[in-house]
Design a binder for this molecule. Structure first.
Ligand code: FAD
Ligand code: NAD
Length: 480
C-alpha cells in the first residue's frame, strides 16, 4: 500500500517517512514526537492492544498503580497513627486492585494516542519486520500487510520476561511478572524467583496484602547497586511483613500441582506456594524483527548494540530503550528516544547526562543519585556522611513515617555532593532536589543556607547538610 505523501531523503530517494519507529513504549513515543516537532514525518508501528508499550500495559504503570492501590486499601502507611489493625478495606480482592490499575492504563493510553495524533505521527497498527535496511513490513492482527519505507528507523521494541525453557508457565500457578495482572485472587503464599527490582517491588506489594512471600535469589544479596544500609533497612521492613529471603539459592525446577506449586532449589530444599512468580531477567524483543535483512544482529539476550548516538552498526538505524540493555528504565528510554530522533534529523544534541536517578518502588520506597559509600571507598574517594531521619522532622511525625532517612555523601575537599540516598516516603520525588544541586555543580553549602518550607520532608536536605558540615568542621577544628 502506498502512503498519502512521501518525503525525499538525504540520499535523494523518495520514502514514506523521515523516521519510522518500531514500538510505542517510552523510547518509541519520544523518538516519534521529537521527529514531528522538528517538522519531519514520523510513524510508529505498534499492536493495537499494546499502545504505550510494556511501560503502560504490563510494566511500570500497572505495577506503580497496583502499589498505590495496595497502600491505600491496606492502610499500611497509616498504622503508626491508627494502630496495627488499621485497614481501609478488609477482604481486598484482585478486582479492587485492578479497578484502579485499568482506569489508569486506559487514561494513559488516551494521553499517548492524543499526543501522537496532535503531532501528526502516523500510527501503523501491527508488528514490523525488516525487508531491507530502509523498508519494514507491518503485519496487523488480521494478517493484513503494509510495506513502508523510511530514511531512518528507530528500533524501540523493548523486552519480554525471560522464561526458562524447563519451567511450565501456565499463567495461573506459575507466572511471570506479566501474569500478575491476570491473577484471579490474592494468593495466600507466593514464591518470587529473582530479587531484582521487579521481584522485590512485587514481593513488597504482596507482603503488604498479607501474602506469605518467599524470595529466592542466586546472588549473595539483593539490589547490589544500592546503598548497603538502605537495603538492610528494606530487608528489615520486608521481614516484618513476613517475607522470607533465601539468598545464594537457585530455583532448579518448579513442580505444578492441583492446588499450587513446589519450587525445588538446587540445594535440595522444597518450598510450597499457591503461586510462583518468575522475575529472573528480561529478553530483548528482536526475535521476529528479521534483523539480518537490515544487516543487523542481536546478542543471545536479544539486545542490540549501539554507539553514543544510539546508532546501530547500520548508521541510519537506531535502537533505544530496553532493547539496548542497561539501565532499562522508562525514564532513560524516553531520553534515548528523543536524542536518537534529534541525531537522525541532524539536530545538534548533547550526550546523555551520566547523572541519572534510580527509583525503586518497594514498600518503603528507595531512591538515589550519584555514588554509594561502597563505590567511593573502592575508588578511594574521601567522603563525609550527613544523615537526616524522618522521625526528627515535623513532617515525618505528621505522616507517621518514623523509619525514613536521607543520607548525603559530601566531599570534604570541595564540599560537592557525591551521592544522595533516600529511603522512605516520597524518596523518588525528593531525590530530584539532590539531582538538581549535583547537576548544577552546587555544594553542600547551598543546602545549609537554603530555607525550606516547613514542615516538609524536603527539609531533610538541610538537616543532613548541617550534619555533614558539622562533621567536616570537627575534622578541620581538630587538625588546625
Ligand atoms: C513490572 C515492571 C515494572 C517497571 N517499573 C519501572 C519503574 O518504576 N520505573 C522505570 O523507569 N522503569 C520501570 N520499568 C521498566 C520500563 O517499563 C521499561 O524500561 C520501559 O517500558 C522500556 O521502554 P521501551 O521504549 O524500551 O519500550 P517498551 O515499553 O518495552 O515497549 C516496547 C513496545 O514495542 C512493541 N514491539 C515489539 N516488537 C515490535 C515490532 N516488531 N513491531 C512493532 N512494535 C513492536 C511492543 O509491543 C511494546 O509495546 C518496569 C518494567 C517492568 C516489567
Ligand atoms: N523501579 C524501577 O525502576 C524498575 C522496576 C521494575 C523493573 N525495572 C527494570 O526491569 C529490569 C528487569 O528486572 P528483573 O528484576 O526481572 O531482572 P534482574 O535481571 O534485575 O533480576 C533478576 C534476578 O533474578 C536472579 N535469578 C535469576 N534466575 C534465578 C533462579 N533460577 N533462582 C534464583 N534467582 C534467580 C538473578 O540473580 C537476578 O538477581 C531491571 O533491570 C530494571 O531496569 C525497573
Amino acid at each position: 500500500m502506498a502512503l498519502a505523501s512521501a518525503v525525499k531523503g538525504q540520499t535523494g530517494r523518495v520514502r514514506d517517512f523521515d523516521v519510522l519507529v518500531l514500538g510505542s513504549g517510552p523510547g518509541g513515543q519520544k523518538a516519534a514526537i521529537a521527529t514531528a516537532k522538528l517538522g519531519r514525518k514520523a510513524a510508529v508501528v505498534e499492536r493495537r492492544d499494546m499502545v504505550g508499550g510494556v511501560c503502560i500495559q504490563t510494566g511500570t504503570i500497572p505495577s506503580k498503580t497496583l502499589r498505590e492501590a495496595v497502600l491505600y486499601l491496606t492502610g499500611l502507611n497509616q498504622r503508626e497513627m491508627y494502630g496495627a489493625s488499621y485497614q481501609v478495606k478488609e477482604d481486598i480482592t484482585v478486582s479492587d486492585l485492578l479497578a484502579r490499575t485499568n482506569h489508569v492504563i486506559g487514561r494513559e493510553v488516551e494521553v499517548i494516542r492524543s499526543q501522537l495524533t496532535r503531532n501528526h505521527v502516523a500510527m501503523l497498527p501491527g508488528m514490523g519486520h525488516f525487508v531491507d535496511d530502509h523498508t519494514v513490513e507491518v503485519v496487523d492482527g488480521t494478517g493484513r500487510e503494509m510495506t513502508v519505507t523510511a530514511e531512518n528507523i528507530v528500533i524501540a521494541t523493548g523486552t519480554t520476561p525471560a522464561r526458562p525453557a524447563t519451567v511450565d508457565f501456565d499463567g495461573k500457578t506459575i507466572i511471570d511478572s506479566d501474569g500478575i495482572l491476570a491473577l484471579e485472587r490474592v494468593p495466600q503464599s507466593m514464591i518470587v524467583v529473582g530479587a531484582g527490582v521487579i521481584g522485590i517491588e512485587y514481593a513488597s506489594m504482596f507482603a503488604a496484602l498479607g501474602t506469605k512471600v518467599t524470595v529466592v535469589e542466586s546472588r549473595e544479596r539483593m539490589l547490589e547497586f544500592c546503598d548497603g544500609e538502605v537495603v538492610e533497612a528494606l530487608k528489615y521492613h520486608l521481614r516484618d511483613l513476613a517475607v522470607t529471603f533465601r539468598f545464594r539459592e537457585t530455583v532448579a525446577a518448579v513442580e505444578r500441582h492441583e492446588r499450587g506449586a513446589i519450587a525445588v532449589l538446587e540445594s535440595g530444599k522444597k518450598i510450597p506456594a499457591e503461586v510462583v512468580m518468575y522475575s529472573a531477567g528480561r529478553q530483548g524483543m528482536t526475535g521476529t524483527l528479521q534483523l539480518d535483512k537490515a544487516g543487523l544482529a542481536a546478542d543471545k539476550r536479544g539486545r542490540i548494540e549501539v554507539d553514543e548516538h544510539f546508532r546501530t552498526s547500520v548508521p541510519h538505524i537506531y535502537a533505544v530503550g530496553d532493547v539496548i540493555g542497561f539501565p532499562a528504565l522508562a525514564a532513560t528510554s524516553m531520553e534515548q528516544g528523543r536524542l536518537a530522533a534529534y541525531h537522525a534529523c541532524g539536530e545538534p544534541v548533547q550526550a546523555m547526562s551520566t547523572l541519572q536517578p534510580i527509583g525503586i518502588y518497594t514498600i518503603p520506597e528507595i531512591s538515589f543519585i550519584g555514588r554509594t559509600e561502597d563505590q567511593l571507598t573502592n575508588e578511594r574517594v574521601p567522603f563525609e556522611v550527613g544523615v537526616s531521619r524522618y522521625r526528627e522532622l515535623a513532617r515525618g511525625q505528621i505522616i507517621g513515617d518514623s523509619y525514613g532517612v536521607l543520607k548525603l555523601l559530601v566531599s570534604p575537599e570541595d564540599r560537592s555532593l557525591l551521592g544522595v540516598h533516600v529511603f522512605g516516603t516520597g524518596a523518588t520525588e525528593l531525590i530530584h532536589i539532590g539531582q538538581a544541586v549535583m547537576g548544577c555543580g552546587g555544594t553542600v553549602d547551598y543546602l545549609v543556607d537554603a530555607v525550606f518550607n516547613y514542615p516538609t520532608l524536603a527539609e531533610s536536605y538541610k538537616v543532613a547538610a548541617l550534619d555533614a558540615m558539622n562533621k567536616i568542621r570537627q575534622i578541620e577544628r581538630l587538625s588546625s
